[in-house]
Write a protein that binds this ligand. Structure first.
Ligand code: SAM
Length: 269
């Protein structure tokens, strides 16, 4: 949907803050997951891309990175993977490819047929599926990855992590890119906005989305039946490795009240 054409004057997404609701028209009708929610960025249409959140936040999307070669931060993820790995919401598949090149069995999963095509074109394996639909090898994956904000898929991180828990084997882990400590857990709607080279601003339909930071990760994990043995950083990016309680070295946290001990651990990470 085009919401404006830029001639001259301020940037259409300009200003340091976005007035909540100014860009995010009321969510009408269905906000069920659609295969083309990310179409503009998966097509790599020239322009700049943002994710507009219904709380007014706008996040520039690193679309060039998604379509490029695996960046240095992916090395830290690949190094943690020791067995068959499912890259959920693989997009154009650069991480699936990095894992494959490292000699792992890696499969990308994406609800977008185009993303799956792009991943396959790069030489990696991908299947066209919703993560909440039946998937091959359920309960047998060593790792499930949720990178690049993919913890937002479906708009409910507890439900998504609980689903990922079903996918991993007992000693498996879910590796999740999280936000630096601060914003906590946010759930709402998002839509994509693309500023095309001709100045037209196009905005997609709304879909459910969420954000999770390194502190709230502990309580969200617990609600999904997981623990977080480790939060780690690679450059400026933050990640959490989630595991099934009882996995070697992964008990439930000793202090279960309020999450203070757990969150301070992440906060000092
Ligand atoms: C933020 S992009 C992630 C980019 C990707 N990690 C990369 O490196 O290119 C989100 C991706 O998740 C996919 N996605 C959204 N909902 C999904 C679902 N329910 N199941 C599987 N994939 C989904 C989208 O199609 C999109 O490719």
């Amino acid at each position: 949907m085009t919401i404006g054409t830029r001639a001259t004057g301020p940037h259409p997404l300009g200003g340091t803050t976005v007035v909540p609701g100014a860009l995010d028209a009321p969510v009408a009708g269905s906000v069920e997951p659609a295969a083309d929610d990310f179409a503009a960025v998966l097509d790599h249409r020239p322009g700049r891309h943002w994710l507009l959140h219904s709380d007014g936040r706008r996040s520039p999307l690193p679309v060039g990175r998604w379509h490029g070669p695996p960046e240095p931060a992916t090395r830290a993820i690949v190094a943690r993977c020791a067995g068959p790995t499912l890259d959920v919401g693989c997009g154009p598949g650069r991480l699936t490819l990095a894992l494959t090149r490292a000699g792992h069995t890696a499969v990308g999963v994406d609800v977008s047929a185009h993303a799956v095509r792009l991943t396959r074109r790069r030489g990696a394996v991908a299947i066209h599926r919703d993560v909440f639909a039946p998937l091959p090898g359920e309960g047998r994956w060593a790792h499930v990855l949720l990178m690049d904000g993919n913890i937002g898929i479906g708009g409910d991180p507890v439900a998504l992590l609980a689903r990922c828990r079903e996918l991993i084997r007992r000693d498996g882990t879910v590796i999740v890119e999280v936000e630096p400590p601060g914003p906590g857990l946010w759930r709402g709607h998002a839509r994509l906005a693309t500023l095309a080279a001709d100045g037209a601003l196009r905005r997609g339909g709304a879909f459910r989305w969420a954000r999770l930071d390194a502190v709230a990760a502990y309580d969200v994990a617990a609600a999904a039946g997981l623990v977080v043995p480790e939060v780690f950083r690679s450059g400026r990016r933050w990640f959490g490795e989630f595991a099934v309680p009882g996995r070697r070295g992964c008990g439930w946290p000793a202090a279960s009240g309020g999450g203070t001990g757990r969150t301070s651990r992440a906060g000092t990470g």
